[in-house]
Design a protein around this ligand. Structure first.
Ligand SMILES: Nc1ncnc2c1ncn2[C@@H]1O[C@H](COP(=O)(O)OP(=O)(O)OP(=O)(O)O)[C@@H](O)[C@H]1O
Ligand SMILES: CC(C)(CO)[C@@H](O)C(=O)[O-]
Ligand code: BAL
Length: 281
């Protein structure tokens, strides 16, 4: 059975004891509504650490007022069962007032990497992410923390924060887990109606198209992006937010794909639902 800890002090005490007894802590920060993508991170962590801690906290700070904080899917009892069944030792499930008391006023920002891509559409998003992740790291004291490549920019930003602030945690990138039809698993997929869900596989199809062109030695970004646009635009319910080809290190836009150093990413709306996906080339 996973132990549920809601108190910050209790969580700190638990982790302090684990560190003192030289046990490694594998940490998976989540916003809950767990699916097989989250479980793949948990399983990887389970193989590599003595103790597994999963946090469940829908972080209000990373949602703009116009975004879906209230609607974000939540099902703690189902999540607790998934954690029980997957060898999670502790679920850290803090309250809003405890994480952000009324006089809360301290924020962490990774300046430049937070600006492009997701940052263009969600300008305050990553400040919220890095602030909560740093708080969680301070409370949970993980040896290793696991992040999905689905949120590629988030992963790159967290790695930079760890480097810049000399944090003592190893960031472990995890592969994207997909449904049988290729759609990247995401808690937000539940917002899609049947027709949107059927068309949503176009994100993966567009990425497959990009890979096909690159395999045929077509590396020009404009050409690749146009082909990806054509794939997405053949779906009447899809509306492109961005499609971009960037350097994995500094996220600057690339005119040409550089093998081993390129992130191709996209965000597409289906109605109000915004889906993201990417490949690392
Ligand atoms: N399909 C997936 N494959 C691998 N990792 C994933 C996948 N989906 C989410 N993750 C990772 O799980 C962690 C927690 O993510 P989160 O709780 O936001 O889930 P989510 O499904 O990405 O939700 P959202 O719909 O809000 O994007 C993050 O590190 C995220 O990258
Ligand atoms: C890392 C995270 C748990 C911070 O709230 C969130 O951004 C997520 O689930 O990817
Ligand atoms: N996994 C990313 C969390 C968010 O979109 O807020």
């Amino acid at each position: 059975m996973s132990e549920v800890i809601t108190s910050i002090n209790q969580m700190k005490e638990f982790s302090k004891k684990a560190v003192l007894s030289q046990k490694s802590i594998g940490f998976i920060p989540t916003m809950g509504y767990l699916h097989d993508g989250h479980l793949s991170l948990i399983k990887k962590a389970r193989n590599e650490n003595d103790i597994i801690i999963v946090s469940i906290f829908v972080n209000p700070l990373q949602f703009a007022p116009s975004e879906d904080f209230n609607a974000y899917p939540r099902d703690f009892e189902k999540d607790r069962l998934s954690c029980d069944q997957n060898g999670v030792d502790v679920i850290f499930y803090p309250g809003y007032e405890d994480m952000y008391p009324q006089d809360y006023q301290t924020f962490t920002e990774v300046s430049f990497l937070s600006k492009p891509l997701e940052g263009t559409s969600r300008p305050t998003h990553f400040k919220g992410v890095t602030t909560i992740v740093l708080k969680l790291f301070n409370i949970v004291k993980p040896t290793r923390a696991y992040f999905g490549k689905k949120d590629a920019q988030q992963l790159i930003i967290i790695k930079k924060m760890v480097e810049d602030l000399n944090l003592d945690v190893e960031i472990v990138p995890c592969e994207i887990k997909r449904g049988v039809d290729g759609l990247a698993l995401s808690s937000r997929n539940v917002y899609l109606n049947a027709k949107e869900r059927a068309q949503a596989i176009c994100l993966k199809k567009a990425l497959d198209k990009a890979k096909e062109l690159i395999d045929a030695k077509i590396l020009d970004s404009k050409t690749i992006i146009q082909s990806m646009r054509d794939v997405i635009n053949s779906n009447d319910l899809a509306s492109i937010d961005y499609i971009s080809i960037n350097s994995i290190d500094c996220l600057s836009e690339l005119n040409e794909v550089v093998l081993g150093k390129t992130l191709i990413s996209l965000a597409v709306f289906f109605g109000k639902t915004r889906l993201i996906d990417n490949i690392w080339i």
